[in-house]
Every structure is written in structure tokens, then in C-alpha cells.
Design a protein around this ligand. Structure first.
Ligand SMILES: [Zn+2]
Ligand SMILES: [Zn+2]
Length: 166
């Protein structure tokens, strides 16, 4: 491992302490609920969840828990409660879910990452990482992707260090 890589690792640790550097443009993830797994997407049209509650109310405890966990990375207003929704029960579930990050597995995401000098775009698709900066293009890893891995630990497939790839 060379010195530039050691510097990037140090930088990624510092970056990871401030999730507000990240802004999700879009993502698709699997969410393990109490009984079944659901697919949640965030995109230009807003939130969607495949659970029955979302179909009925346009809000659900799964999305509410993501709003808790990822708040600084969403930069958007929380979904409003809906008439008829069991808010007390849903808030309880969302609180509990937010303590259990292993319920979440990202399939893909696209996010902006604010570095010290400029902003970069990170793309993740089923274990394939990309970042639009020169260091990533030459090395296949950068402080931004490493920071994202730390922030989303266990929810994404880690990018193998180029030196350990077989
Ligand atoms: Zn849901
Ligand atoms: Zn980068």
C-alpha cells in the first residue's frame, strides 16, 4: 500500500464522521420488515415502498425508519402522516427498525459527496462502485467511496481494495 492510499483512508475516516456530506439522489434497497421483505425506492418522484401500508397511506414505518437513519443524507422533508394511519404504532416500529441496520441491503444508489474542495458523484450498483474523480478512475477506489462504505457498513457490498483483489 502506498502513501497516497494511506492518506485516502485517513481522509475517508474523517469524512464518514459527517454524513451530511452525502446527498442521495436516488436509491433502491431491500428492507427486511417484521414479516416480509420490501423494496424501497427513492427517486425524482419521491418515495415508494412495496408494503401494503404504503399502498394505502403513502407512508409506512419502513420509510419512516430510513428518514431517522439517513436524515442528514436525504435533505428532504419527512413524509406527512396520513389520515387513518396508526401513527403511534408506526413511530414505534420506525424507532425499533432504525436500531437494526442489518434489515437494510442497498441494491443501488446514486449520491453526491461533498469533499473538501469539490462535490463528486458516487454510483453503486449491486457491488459495483464508481466515483467521478480522477483518483478513482486511476485506482478504482477513493476517499469518497471508502467513506460511503463506512457510513453504510453492512448495507452495501464493500469495494475490494485493488491490492487484495484476486
Ligand atoms: Zn413500507
Ligand atoms: Zn471519489
Amino acid at each position: 500500500m502506498d502513501y497516497s492510499m494511506i492518506g485516502k483512508i485517513e481522509k475517508s475516516k474523517k469524512y464518514a464522521e459527517d454524513p451530511s456530506r452525502v446527498t442521495f439522489n436516488s436509491f433502491t434497497l431491500e428492507f427486511k420488515g417484521s414479516n416480509s421483505s420490501y423494496t424501497i425506492t427513492l427517486g425524482p418522484d419521491g418515495w415508494h415502498c412495496s408494503c401494503p401500508g404504503f399502498q394505502k397511506y403513502g407512508i409506512c414505518p419502513h420509510i419512516m425508519s430510513l428518514e431517522r437513519s439517513f436524515g442528514p443524507m436525504l435533505k428532504r422533508e419527512p413524509l406527512p402522516y396520513a389520515p387513518g394511519q396508526n401513527v403511534v404504532s408506526d413511530v414505534e416500529k420506525a424507532k425499533q427498525y432504525a436500531l437494526e441496520p442489518d434489515r437494510i441491503q442497498f441494491l443501488s444508489f446514486n449520491a453526491r459527496f461533498r469533499g473538501d474542495h469539490s462535490e463528486y458523484t458516487i454510483n453503486y450498483d449491486n457491488g459495483h462502485w464508481d466515483c467521478d474523480n480522477d483518483y478513482f478512475k486511476s485506482r478504482g477506489i477513493c476517499s469518497h467511496t471508502m467513506a460511503m462504505e463506512r457510513i453504510l457498513k453492512g448495507m452495501v457490498k464493500p469495494l475490494m481494495m485493488p491490492t487484495t483483489e484476486s
